[in-house]
Design a protein around this ligand. Structure first.
Ligand SMILES: N[C@@H](CCC(=O)N[C@@H](CS)C(=O)NCC(=O)O)C(=O)O
Length: 200
């Protein structure tokens, strides 16, 4: 049995980034599907594991961790040495700056637009698409000059930011105007161990 257990939702980009990173690291992880529509993540026992009422939740033995970015940090440092999250101050800070983008601009942009369009969440879709357009433009400019987001190699910055950017079309935002962003997604897809998100 795998030591790692992930409380998971197939269509969640936040869960997918954890599944993807486990695969890139060659880690076995037991997936525990959460009945999201039934609100299982809002009830005991999951609500005790994550009082925020959200998934993903990772269990590593007795250690329980919420938040996809925090989970990437944990797995990178526990299993990846310096490859995906080095501790050299400048490198680490650059990576963290992109983890913040995943949680802020991307979450409130393409992710919110998708939640509205695909899952019927009551969100301001126009505002989400405006934020989405801004961050996609910023990423396009950055990736026109850089192969990867934070360092000259893939890091957890790329894994944290990619899923909801790649799913932008599900929130009514085409990636057509962003060739460097599309090329970057292609480079992530070419990494050994890459797995896709299941088709909806
Ligand atoms: N910051 C968290 C956000 C997690 C999150 O929003 N998860 C969604 C699923 S993708 C969720 O569980 N939402 C609770 C709900 O809408 O009831 C992370 O990165 O893991």
């Amino acid at each position: 049995m795998a030591a790692l257990k992930l409380h998971d939702l197939e269509l969640s980009g936040n869960c997918y980034k954890v599944r993807l990173f486990c695969s890139l690291l060659g880690l076995k992880v037991e997936l525990v599907p959460v009945d999201f529509l039934a609100g299982v993540h809002k009830k005991s026992p999951l609500i005790e594991q994550n009082p925020f009422g959200e998934i993903p939740i990772l269990e590593d033995g007795n250690f329980v961790l919420r938040d996809s970015q925090a989970i990437l940090v944990y797995l990178a440092r526990k299993h990846g040495g310096d490859a995906w999250l080095p501790t050299e101050p400048a490198a680490m800070a650059k990576i963290v700056s992109w983890l913040m983008v995943a949680e802020n601009e991307i979450a409130r942009g393409p992710n919110d637009a998708r939640l509205h369009d695909k899952f019927g969440f009551k969100l301001d879709a126009a505002a989400a698409r405006e934020k989405g357009t801004r961050i996609l433009g910023l990423m396009e400019a950055h990736l026109a000059k850089n192969k990867w987001l934070a360092l000259d190699r893939p890091t957890i910055a790329d894994i944290a930011c990619m899923p909801y950017v790649a799913l932008s079309h599900e929130g009514g935002m085409s990636l057509e105007p962003y060739p460097s962003v599309r090329a970057w997604i292609g480079r992530i897809k070419a990494l050994p161990g890459f797995i896709t998100m299941p088709a909806p």
